[in-house]
Design a protein around this ligand. Structure first.
Ligand code: 48F
Length: 270
């Protein structure tokens, strides 16, 4: 095996990571959270030709996919979202017409791998803990980031700001980015009532329907949509998360690129 100096390892890591960060200081889209909606959104945004970064608080991807249903390692997917999983090469077992079961580890691995292959950058261990805004009219122009380890340590370290044309809250049940916007940018008049109790089919339908722009520069997808619109939760059926991610990607790509946005989503999501 080749000998290597410790200092060579250190230099390689710091130089290459810094190159990435400098490249990211101005980006097209910041996706917050690498759960099912965030990964799907980032994959289609990158495929559409946008410079896309996903900041994920944990050191792993997948968000709620990993927990399956009550930690049983399977999830249910309904048509037409199965097309997205087939596109990334995730095997599905047929349950009944239009209803499928996916293995949680396979779904995380395939979705994350396809997102990276599409050209999106996923940075783990980073929290988005605030937004950058401008007024007249109020709009979001980027996100404020910090190492998760710094937040966990409780020491005060000033964070850094990343400029973006769009920020998408894909943080799940807590809608963390929207919660910050509601608390710290009162002129947005954003109220976050929280999700309702479980009603799977209704929740799936309403999540996709309500996915979209919250204010100029700020979008919501995935479970955070239910938290914003006070619609039901759905439990471990994931078609709505994938479709919501695809829908927000289409909206953001159309907003930024207009007619130049490539048509990359295999389903008609209106
Ligand atoms: O929770 P999560 O999977 O959100 P989602 O994409 O999907 C929801 C489903 O998993 C499930 C459900 C649907 O059937 O009910 O809950 O809407 O993924 C959210 C990801 O965001 C990360 C978090 O660690 C998780 O991986 N995250 C949350 N807040 C932040 C964050 C933050 N402030 N900064 C960075 N990452």
């Amino acid at each position: 095996m080749r000998d290597v100096e410790e200092s060579t390892i250190t230099r390689a890591i710091i130089r290459k990571a810094t190159d990435d960060w400098i490249n990211l200081t101005e980006t097209d889209v910041i996706v917050v959270g690498a759960g099912p909606s965030g990964l799907t959104a980032a994959m289609y945004l990158a495929k559409a030709g946008l410079k896309t970064v996903v900041f994920e608080r944990k050191l792993s991807f997948g968000g709620g996919i990993g927990g399956g249903g009550m930690q049983f390692h399977k999830l249910v997917i309904q048509a037409p979202a199965d097309k997205i999983l087939r596109e990334v090469g995730c095997e599905l077992e047929s349950l009944e017409k239009g209803l499928y079961v996916a293995d949680t580890a396979a779904m995380i691995a395939k979705l994350a791998s396809a997102t990276i292959e599409a050209g999106a950058k996923i940075i783990p261990g980073v929290i988005v803990d605030d937004l950058i805004y401008r007024d007249s009219p109020p709009r979001i122009t980027g996100a404020v980031v910090q190492w998760t380890s710094v937040i966990m340590s409780g020491i005060h370290v000033d964070p850094l700001g990343i400029k973006a044309k769009a920020v998408i809250d894909c943080t799940g049940h807590d809608a963390e980015v929207l919660a910050v916007a509601s608390r710290k940018i009162p002129e947005l008049e954003l109220f976050i009532p929280g999700e309702k109790s479980m009603w799977a089919s209704q929740a799936e339908k309403l999540t996709v329907e309500n996915t979209g722009e919250v204010c100029p520069g700020l979008y919501v997808a995935g479970m955070a949509v239910a938290t914003l619109h006070q619609t039901p939760r759905m439990g471990p059926i994931f078609g709505g998360m994938l479709l919501s991610g695809a829908k927000v990607a289409k909206l953001v790509a159309t907003k930024i690129l207009g007619g130049k946005a490539r048509k990359v989503i295999p389903i008609d999501i209106s």
